[in-house]
Design a protein around this ligand. Sequence first.
Ligand SMILES: [Fe+2]
Ligand SMILES: [Fe+2]
Length: 253
Amino acid sequence: MSNAYRTWQEWETFFAARSTRHLPSLKQDIDYSVLPDSLARSLAIFQLGESGGGTIVAQSFCNSLPGINNHFGTSMAYFVEEEHRHANILAMCVRQLGGRLIKSNWTARLFVFARRLIGLRLKVVVLLAAEVVGLCYYHLLAMRLPASRLRNQLLEIVEDERSHLYFHCDFLRTQTFSRFRKFVFVVVWRIVMSSAALVVALDHRKAITDLGIGLKPVLERWRAFSRLAEMLVVSDSQITCRQAREAGTDLPS
Ligand SMILES: [Fe+2]
Ligand SMILES: [Fe+2]
């Protein structure tokens, strides 16, 4: 049944190897005061979004879905730990930028609401949308920052999010083994991804403008990665998917 690119045991080994990384030092290495306040606010919202996700681990161990096993549950536990590591790093970034952490935000609440509403498969669809949104946005932010530890940390998180995207696609691929399931996935995915893009673009518009990124490149990047994720889940061609995956999609500077 499993049609994933990596086995769950391979994912477990992959995540385990990364789980020993220490938190970096973000001691101020450049003058961050030149950066707009909206950047700290934007990162504080993402920091909140990276902090949750505990219930999905229990659900990953305890379910009757096809194509998964205990290695998948352990991999999911490592994945959640990795997101918490991102939350810790982003908290340091926000403090270095002179910003304040937040406890509540409407977009973070929307993502939590969507994740709680539904079963494991749809939860992973929501997580996949968050990965696409996060990895493109962090990369666009990093490309606008001067060389600094903050920039390097954002780029490291981008690489983590890229592997999370593949991890979630591998899971969804095992769940969409018929033409009907693929069709349902595409419909749901496009709705979830478009909604996520819309609310995040709205909530982060100030940082997007202040850093001179512009809304169009953000939306284009999200659309490209959204298509990649869709193809990785539903394409029948292992070769096409493998090539796309190896190319990792383009992240231009
Ligand atoms: Fe993350
Ligand atoms: Fe992630």
